[in-house]
Design a binder for this molecule. Structure first.
Ligand SMILES: Cc1cc2nc3c(=O)[nH]c(=O)nc-3n(C[C@H](O)[C@H](O)[C@H](O)COP(=O)(O)O)c2cc1C
Length: 283
C-alpha cells in the first residue's frame, strides 16, 4: 500500500473492491445520518411538550401540562365534600393543579368548534379567566412561577403574563379586605365581555353571562375539591380596582374572585351523616 501526502490531504491507495466498499459505506452514513439527527431533534422537541414535570415557556407563555381526565374521587364525593373554604396552609399549589383548575374553569372539551367545560348561551363564551399568582404561589421543578396576573388561553391551554409582581395585597384591598384573597397562593378572577353575549340576545344576555360564570365557578369548586384544595366564590369587591389590578381591558367587567389554596380543614360528609340528616328531617 502506498501513501501519498499532497498538500496536507492524506490519500490512501487501495484496491478497487475496498474503494467501492468505502464509497458505499460513506453513502449509507451520508444518507442515514441526517435522518437519525432529525428524528433525534424532533423526539427531543416532542418530549419538551410531554408532561415530564418540566415547565415549558415558549414566546413568553407558560404552556400548562395537559389536563388529566381521571380524578381521585367520584363526582358525587366532590359534590358532597364541596364547601366554601377560606383558610389555607402556607403552601404553594403545583403547576399540574393550576392546569387542572384552569381547564375545569373554562378549558376546551370539544375539538371541532372549541366548546368548553361550561355551557354558554349560543356558545358566545363571554368569560375570561385570570390566574393571579402570589409569590411562591405555584411550585414548579426548581422554583416557583413568577408572581403576577396571567390571562388564560383555553385553546393553547397556556398563560400569558399581563402584570408582573405581587398583586395579592392590592387584590385583598379591592376585595374588601377578605383575608382569604390575601392568603391564597392563587386567585382565579373571572371577567366578562358582556357584548359577546348581548350582541346576540340583547339585554337578556346579561343574565346569561351571570349564569355562565356560575357554571364556571361551580366547576372550579368541584375541581378544587377533587384535588384536595379549597376555594370560595367571592362576589364582594370594587369592580374597577380589581379590573385595574389584574390588567383587564376596559371592555371586561370582573364577576368573581376565587382564592384557591390547600385547606387547613378540608370538609367531609359521610353517607351515614347525610342519611341521618334526611331521616331526622322526615320526623
Ligand atoms: C354570588 C356569590 C357571591 C359570594 N360572595 C362571597 C364573598 O364575597 N365572600 C365570601 O367569603 N363568600 C362569598 N360567597 C360564598 C357564600 O358565602 C357561600 O357559598 C355560602 O355561605 C354557602 O356556603 P357553601 O359554599 O360552603 O355551601 C359567595 C357566593 C356566591 C354564590
Amino acid at each position: 500500500m502506498k501513501y501519498l501526502f499532497p498538500e496536507g490531504l492524506i490519500l490512501v491507495r487501495v484496491s478497487r473492491r475496498t474503494a467501492i466498499r468505502a464509497i458505499l459505506a460513506s453513502l449509507a452514513v451520508g444518507l442515514t445520518l441526517p435522518w437519525i439527527l432529525a428524528a433525534d431533534y424532533y423526539e427531543s422537541r416532542r418530549k419538551l411538550r410531554k408532561p415530564t414535570g418540566e415547565t415549558v415557556v415558549e414566546n413568553g407563555r407558560i404552556l400548562l401540562p395537559p389536563p388529566t381526565l381521571k380524578g381521585e374521587i367520584s363526582l358525587e364525593e366532590a359534590m358532597a365534600n364541596r364547601r366554601s373554604l377560606r383558610e389555607y396552609l402556607d403552601e404553594p399549589i403545583t403547576l399540574e393543579e393550576l392546569s387542572q383548575l384552569l381547564w375545569a374553569a373554562y378549558g376546551i372539551t370539544e375539538i371541532r368548534w372549541g366548546f368548553k367545560t361550561t355551557p354558554s348561551a349560543g356558545a358566545t363564551y363571554p368569560l375570561i379567566v385570570y390566574a393571579v399568582l402570589a409569590p411562591r404561589g405555584v411550585a414548579v421543578p426548581g422554583g416557583y412561577l413568577a408572581s403576577g396576573s396571567y390571562r388564560y388561553d383555553p385553546h393553547t391551554h397556556s398563560l400569558g403574563l399581563v402584570r408582573r409582581g405581587d398583586l395579592s395585597g392590592d387584590l385583598y384591598e379591592a376585595g374588601l379586605r377578605q383575608e382569604w384573597i390575601r392568603d391564597a397562593p392563587l386567585n382565579l378572577v373571572f371577567t366578562a365581555i358582556y357584548e359577546r353575549t348581548t350582541d346576540y340576545y340583547g339585554s337578556r344576555g346579561v343574565r346569561y353571562v351571570h349564569m355562565e360564570v356560575g357554571h364556571a365557578g361551580q366547576n372550579v369548586y368541584l375541581q378544587a375539591t377533587a384535588l384536595g384544595l379549597g376555594t370560595v366564590a367571592v362576589g364582594a369587591f370594587h369592580d374597577d380596582q380589581v379590573a385595574r389590578i389584574i390588567g383587564a381591558s376596559p371592555r371586561e367587567k370582573p364577576l368573581y374572585i376565587m382564592p384557591v389554596g390547600r385547606p387547613v380543614k378540608p370538609y367531609r360528609l359521610s353517607r351515614e351523616e347525610l342519611a341521618d340528616y334526611i331521616a331526622s328531617h322526615r320526623g
